[in-house]
Ligand binder design. Structure first.
Ligand code: AMP
Length: 190
């Protein structure tokens, strides 16, 4: 079993690469963004509360996403491995994930960070906003907010994994297939 954290700012390509990794390795995909959007679509109370924050580009509270991930790990006891996408986004989430993983006799094999600069991210997200229907992709100020949340709260998560010698950076600008083969090569060493 291999468990991977796919890391990077919004628009770095985590979703695209996750899909390809699922096809290749059969991982169970755990994207907190997708899980939250499913709650919104289902009209749950949690979804309604999360939507207010998401539409402003602000992170939802740690306990909300930690609870969701815990449920999904428990619901997939036979998984070949998990790919965590958009989680953990704070150091508190990373610490909680380590605990949940250990409680289930599992470990995180590595964190793979897709590195993309802010100008490129903004450009990509605005293009995605034309088709994704996501409010948070459609407005430049909101996108900058999300990148700022990333810089303030999420970037320190890289140090958390670096201290465990699990941090691996990959240039997220280039051909999707090239980036995918670099990620795959790395995973094959885990
Ligand atoms: P994403 O689809 O990963 O870009 O997430 C969209 C939005 O969902 C983010 O801007 C946050 O408001 C919220 N969100 C997703 N994952 C998390 C997380 N791990 N912690 C806090 N908020 C999250």
């Amino acid at each position: 079993m291999r468990n991977i954290v796919l890391f990077g700012p919004p628009g770095a390509g985590k979703g695209t690469q996750s899909q390809k990794l699922i096809d290749k390795y059969g991982f169970v995909h755990l994207s907190t963004g997708d899980l939250l959007r499913a709650e919104i679509a289902a009209g749950t109370k949690l979804g309604l509360e999360a939507k207010e924050l998401m539409d402003k580009g602000i992170l939802v509270p740690d306990e909300v996403v930690i609870g969701m991930i815990n449920n999904k790990i428990k619901a997939n006891p036979d998984a070949k491995g998990f790919i965590f996408d958009g989680f953990p986004r704070t150091v508190a989430q990373a610490a909680a994930l380590d605990k949940m993983i250990a409680d289930n006799q599992m470990k995180i094999n590595g964190m793979i960070a897709l590195v993309v600069d802010e100008e490129e991210l903004t450009k990509r997200l605005l293009i995605r906003g034309q088709t994704s229907g996501r409010v948070d992709d459609q407005n430049e100020a909101l996108i900058r907010n999300r990148v700022q949340e990333y810089n303030n709260k999420t970037a320190p998560v890289a140090d958390f994994y670096n201290q465990q010698s699990k941090y691996h950076a990959i240039n997220g600008i280039g051909e999707i297939e090239d980036i995918f083969s670099q990620i795959s090569n790395l995973i094959d060493t885990f």
